[in-house]
Design a protein around this ligand. Structure first.
Ligand code: NAP
Ligand code: COA
Length: 277
C-alpha cells in the first residue's frame, strides 16, 4: 500500500455510540461525522441526545439519536434496532457510557458500587450483546471506551477500577468469540482528556490538573479529537488484523501509574549528575 485515505475509509459507514451525547464519546462521533460517516447515539436524557444530534449534523453527519439507559437491556435493544432502521446496518459499535464519582470504598454503599458496575460493565455487555444482531458482518468493529483505572488501582475509584478492568477483559473475550464471526473487538484507554465531565470530577482544582499533566509523560491533557482519531484507525482497514487490543491514547499516562511523576521526578532530575541531564 503506497497511500491510504483514513478519513475516506469512514465515509458512509454507520457508527453507533452508546453514551454519545457528550464528552469524549460525542467527540468521537464528531470526528467520524467530519469524515462523512453516519452517526447514531443514545444516552439517558432525551434533551441531551437531541442537542448532540444537532452537533453531529452540524459536523456533517447524517445523524440519529434515541434515549436509552444502558443498564436496561430492552431499552438498549430497542434503540439499536431503531438506529439500524434509521441509518442501516451498524459498521462501528462504540460503548462509552459511564458514571463516576470520587469516594473511598468505605464511603460507598453497595448500591453506589453497583451503580457504576451496572453502567460501565453491564452496560458495555448489553450494548455489545444486543448490538451484535444489528452489525454488518463480516467487517464490523466493536470498540469499548475503557480508562486508566482498568490498569492501576486508583484510590477512591474502587467501582471504576473494577468496572473498567471488567470492560477490558470482556472486550478481549468478545474478540476471541467474535473473530471467527467477522467482528473485531478492541478498547481504547483515554488518558486525561481536556474539557470533559470525567476530568471535571477527578481533577476539579488547578493543583490536581497540574498533577495529572505532570504525571503524564507527554506533560499535557489529550483532546477529544485524539481519541476520535484512534477510533477512526481501529475501525479502518488499516487495523484489519487488530482485535483484542487495549489501546492507551494517553500521552503515556498509564505507564508510571497515577501521580508518580511530577515533583518526585523533578527532584530526581535536580539530584542527577549534570552529565545525565
Ligand atoms: P461524559 O461526558 O459524562 O460522558 C458520559 C456519557 O454517558 C454521557 O453522554 C451520559 O449521558 C452517558 N450516560 C451515563 N450514564 C448512562 C446510562 N446509564 N445509560 C446511557 N448513557 C449514559 O464523560 P466523559 O468524561 O466524556 O467520559 C466518556 C467516556 O470516556 C467514559 O467511558 C469514561 O469512562 C471514559 N474516559 C474518560 C476520561 C476523561 O478524561 N474524561 C479518561 C478515561 C476514560 P446521559 O447523562 O444523557 O445519560
Ligand atoms: N459518593 C458516594 N456515593 C455516591 C456518590 C458520591 N459522590 N454519588 C452517588 N452516590 C451513590 C448514591 O448515594 C446512591 O447510593 P444509595 O442508593 O446507597 O444512596 C448510588 O450512588 C446511585 O446514585 P444515583 O444518583 O441514584 O445514581 P444515578 O443512576 O442517578 O446516577 C451516577 C449515576 C451517580 C454515576 C451519576 O453521577 C451520573 O449520572 N453520572 C454520569 C456522568 C458521569 O459520571 N460522567 C463521567 C464519566 S467518567
Amino acid at each position: 500500500m503506497t497511500s491510504f485515505d483514513l478519513a475516506a475509509s469512514a465515509r458512509g459507514k454507520h457508527v453507533f455510540i452508546a453514551g454519545g451525547s457528550s464528552g469524549i464519546n460525542l467527540g468521537i462521533g464528531e470526528v467520524f461525522a467530519r469524515c462523512g460517516a453516519k452517526v447514531s447515539i443514545c444516552s439517558r436524557k432525551a434533551d441531551r441526545v437531541a442537542a448532540a444530534v444537532e452537533t453531529l449534523k452540524a459536523a456533517g453527519a447524517e445523524a440519529w439519536g434515541g434515549a436509552a439507559d444502558v443498564r436496561n437491556y430492552a431499552e438498549v435493544e430497542a434503540v439499536l434496532k431503531a438506529a439500524k432502521e434509521a441509518l442501516g446496518p451498524i459498521d462501528v459499535l462504540i460503548s462509552g457510557a459511564a458514571g463516576n464519582f470520587v469516594a473511598p470504598a468505605l464511603g460507598m454503599s453497595s448500591n453506589a458500587f453497583r451503580t457504576v458496575i451496572e453502567i460501565d460493565l453491564i452496560g458495555t455487555f448489553n450494548v455489545a450483546r444486543a448490538g451484535f444482531e444489528f452489525l454488518r458482518k463480516p467487517g464490523a468493529s466493536f470498540i469499548a471506551i475503557s480508562a486508566p483505572q482498568a490498569l492501576h488501582p486508583y484510590a477512591y475509584q474502587a467501582h471504576v477500577n473494577a468496572a473498567k478492568a471488567g470492560v477490558d477483559m470482556l472486550t478481549k473475550t468478545l474478540a476471541v468469540e467474535w473473530g471467527p464471526l467477522g467482528v473485531r473487538c478492541n478498547a481504547i484507554i483515554p488518558g486525561p482528556i481536556a474539557d470533559t465531565e470525567g476530568m471535571a470530577r477527578l481533577a476539579p482544582t488547578e493543583a490536581e490538573r497540574k498533577l495529572a499533566r505532570e504525571g503524564t509523560p507527554l506533560q499535557r491533557y489529550g483532546s477529544k479529537d485524539e481519541i476520535g482519531y484512534a477510533a477512526l484507525f481501529l475501525a479502518s482497514p488499516l487495523a484489519e488484523y487488530i482485535t483484542g487490543a487495549i489501546l492507551p491514547v494517553d500521552g503515556g499516562a498509564v505507564l508510571p501509574g497515577p501521580g508518580r511523576l511530577g515533583d518526585a521526578m523533578k527532584q530526581a532530575y535536580e539530584k542527577a549528575a549534570p552529565r545525565n541531564r
